[in-house]
Design a protein around this ligand. Structure first.
Ligand code: GLU
Length: 445
């Protein structure tokens, strides 16, 4: 029999100074502990100790040269968390703030998210403390080459297939893939998020954002509601925010905010035209990490150093980074009448913000459900690569919609509470956990 406080105290002892990892595990354990304690097979198999310990953790040195000819040293990581359901799968993040603990939290979350997709994918995450901010295109190219020179030793098309995440978009995947091919001389689809002419899947760039909107649509449908006419706040301005803005607009909603580390944009006209979406892509590849220029270009308002959660909206989609939406933000959103919240970044909401939404009975989707569309289409990209053919955008989109519907159904199956409130956090955690845990029991140790 597991006791929550005892288990978490042990975990903290074994993983000191990794607050994000502890936070992510705490959120999952809270949801699943009763299910585990009700099943002696889980308890006897020490399932919680085993599922919270990464299979393998790699840290490596990345040496490269900047444009001034100065030698730079960064640290690369790959956390191969759990490969029970399939090869390790998960993105690469390039961001100054990352530590080993960040990748452990992300790899842990990825394991359950990938389980929810219904595809045979294990969970992993990696990246580097390299910051693309202010770097030239050539510096990014040189860093990607140096990073792949090391990473290629630890990955393989049937072992571990990385993809993008914060700071790693189509351009970086291209540079990384090019270097892998130069070293190995093979076309094995070792990364996902590739360009459409060299093995990538159509809809992959849009998939995380589209998936989140498909999930929101399922949430609304269940409540005899729809996205039409909804006012939406999103944070971030990268790939995910971009996909959300596009699909939300297509379904008749209006996205009124985007944000960056410098502040947020309030665009009452809506972030709803191809020109604006293209501009978001330009902002990202300019490597300045700011949204302010959008305000001048499109006559919108720029609010410096603030987050978009103070804007009254019907739906909120945090799409930037972990812990970007706090309890204070949650209180403001609820006070202003928010009807749905979809955590679209990984662990975008603090645990107390998440608990507040649930306590207030706001339909709230956790990241591992709402943002699973990205990795799901990565799984579809792997399938296309293995078959040496490619599906049309419509075929991929249809599969993505079906996957998001299935994830929503899984949340409904395991997330119903006595008073008819649907607790998506509990539902997603139990559904994601059960599949991995049952497979671990079947495979022995
Ligand atoms: N980084 C994305 C995620 O958090 C995508 C991972 C992938 O496609 O492998 O799920």
């Amino acid at each position: 029999m597991y006791i929550y406080e005892e288990f978490m105290a042990n975990l903290e002892r074994r993983n000191p100074a990794e607050p994000e990892f502890i936070q992510a595990v705490a959120g999952v354990i809270e949801s699943i502990i009763d299910v585990v304690n009700d099943n002696p097979a889980y308890v006897n198999a020490k399932i919680l100790e085993r599922i919270t310990e990464p299979d393998r953790v790699v840290s490596f040195k990345v040496e490269w040269e900047n444009d001034n000819g100065d030698v730079q040293v960064n640290r690369g990581y790959r956390v191969q968390f759990n490969n029970t359901l399939g090869p390790y799968k998960g993105g690469l993040r390039f961001h100054a703030s990352v530590t080993l603990g960040s990748f452990k939290f992300l790899g842990f979350e990825q394991t359950f998210k990938n389980s929810l997709t219904t595809l045979p994918l294990g969970g992993a995450k990696g990246g580097s403390d390299f910051s693309p901010r202010g770097k030239s295109n050539n510096e990014i190219l040189r860093f990607c080459r140096a990073f792949m020179n090391q990473l290629q030793k630890y990955i393989g098309p049937d072992t571990d297939i990385p993809a993008g995440d914060i700071g790693v978009g189509a351009r970086e995947i291209g540079y990384l893939y090019g270097q892998y091919k130069r070293i190995k001389d093979e076309n094995s689809g070792i990364l996902t998020g590739k360009g459409p002419f060299w093995g990538g899947s159509l809809i992959r760039p849009e998939a995380t954002g589209f998936g989140a909107i498909y999930f929101a649509n399922e949430m609304a449908k269940m409540r005899n509601d729809s996205l039409k006419g909804k006012r939406i706040a999103i944070s971030g301005f990268g790939n995910v925010a971009w996909g959300v803005a596009m699909k939300a607009t297509q379904l008749g909603a209006k996205v009124v905010t985007i944000s960056g580390p410098d502040g947020y944009i309030l665009d009452e006209e809506g972030v709803g035209t191809p020109e604006k979406w293209n501009y978001m892509v330009q902002l990202r590849i300019s490597n300045n990490d700011v949204v302010a220029p959008y305000a001048n270009k499109f006559g919108a308002k720029f609010i410096p150093r603030k987050k978009p959660w103070e804007v009254p909206v019907d739906m909120a989609f945090p799409c930037a980074i972990q812990n970007e939406l706090t309890l204070e933000d949650a209180k403001v959103l609820v006070k202003n009448g928010v009807k749905y919240v979809l955590e679209t970044s990984n662990m975008g909401c603090t645990n107390d913000a998440e608990s507040y939404f649930i306590q207030q009975k706001i339909p709230y989707a956790p990241g591992k459900a709402a943002n699973a569309g990205g990795v799901a289409v990565s799984g579809l990209e792997m399938a296309q690569n293995a078959m040496k053919l490619s599906w049309t955008a419509a075929e991929v989109d249809e599969k993505l919609q079906e996957i998001m519907r299935n994830i929503h159904n899984a949340c409904v199956t395991y997330g119903k509470e006595g008073d008819a409130y649907l607790n998506y956090v509990r539902g997603a955690n139990i559904a994601g956990f059960k599949k991995v845990a049952d497979a671990m029991l079947e495979l022995g140790y």
